[in-house]
Write a protein that binds this ligand. Structure first.
Ligand code: NAG
Ligand code: NAG
Ligand code: NAG
Ligand code: NAG
Length: 267
């Protein structure tokens, strides 16, 4: 198959993935068709690789961004996060540029009266979003999709330190994933209930997917509480990925006319 066929298959996979259409039949372990460090397919070139990726180049409301805390606008109508997650059978999938933990339907996140279903989570190392210019060791993205197809992502930042219990829960499966050529690996019942609960502080803005096709109108929530992950766990998350994608953080994007809103229980 020619390389453009691979990127087509890849795009179909991404389309289904981010539209919440869960069908494992479509999973393909192929080269992503873009990278994080290649001269011809790195982040600066994503918008030229495929017409479907044009937003990566022309979009004006892209992600990730640097959150400058003293420029964030406190919005009194924001409230503590309302999530209602439950345990589900989860599956690890190696997309070569990212490790996805597919959840299917693991409950909901209510944003301004609208329900978004938690469909999957995945990790970026180091972090994509920064706070006051500080880049953290890792960032998890919890991807939610509403009935009308709109998306909301909750981002969780991790500094390097003690192990993260959630990643610990699937560590041996990550080792398997790195040893296999492909294939999805079931990790059994996975509980995300504790994530996003009792959030005292978060940042909110409208941005994009941080990977091609860089689609916009994504409602971002970055939690103020920084968790911790061990260096060993970061290595496990990176091991199954393509060499040019092990460091899979997209460079910062300009805020342009946007502002970041902030919820802080103490203010
Ligand atoms: C997944 O896709 C295959 C191939 O198109 C189809 O036969 C199958 O019914 C689909 N399964 C689900 C659960 O949508
Ligand atoms: C504050 O938050 C509310 C609820 O999410 C939103 O509708 C409103 O647009 C926000 N206000 C500003 C100034 O961003
Ligand atoms: C969850 O997965 C286990 C084994 O992987 C399987 O035995 C069980 O039936 C699954 N449960 C559901 C509700 O799909
Ligand atoms: C993002 O969420 C806020 C609620 O906090 C809502 O007012 C706004 O319309 C949403 N934007 C998009 C693009 O979904």
């Amino acid at each position: 198959m020619a390389s453009h066929d691979f990127s087509f298959i890849f795009y179909i996979t991404l389309f289904l993935l981010f539209h919440g259409n869960i069908n494992a039949t479509y999973d393909q372990v192929v080269s992503p068709g873009f990278s994080y460090s290649g001269t011809n397919d790195g982040p600066g070139k994503w918008g030229n690789i495929n017409p479907a990726y044009v937003k990566c180049r022309t979009g004006k409301t892209q992600s990730p961004v640097d959150i400058v805390v003293n420029q964030a606008v406190i919005n009194k109508s924001l409230t503590s996060l309302s999530t209602d997650y439950f345990p589900v059978n989860a599956t690890l999938i190696n997309h070569k540029f990212i490790i996805e933990l597919r959840l299917g339907n693991a409950g909901k996140f209510n944003l301004n009266g609208k329900d978004y279903t938690l469909t999957q989570m995945h990790w970026h190392t180091p972090s994509e979003h920064r706070i006051n210019g500080v880049q953290y060791g890792a960032e998890a993205h919890m991807v939610h999709v509403a009935a009308d197809g709109s998306r909301a992502v909750i981002g969780i930042l991790y500094k390097i330190g003690k192990a993260d219990p959630l990643v610990a829960r699937m560590q041996n499966k990550l080792v398997e994933l790195a040893n296999e050529q492909g294939g999805d690996i079931g990790v059994g019942k996975f509980n995300t209930k504790k994530l996003g609960r009792k959030t005292r502080k978060y940042y909110r803005y409208v941005g994009s997917l941080t990977t091609p096709p860089c689609i916009e109108d994504i409602n971002w929530t970055i939690l103020g509480k920084v968790r911790s992950i061990s260096k060993e766990q970061i290595n496990l998350l990176e091991a199954p990925l393509e060499t040019t994608c092990k460091t899979n953080c997209r460079p910062l994007q300009p805020l342009n006319s946007r502002h970041v809103e902030m919820y802080d229980e103490l203010v």
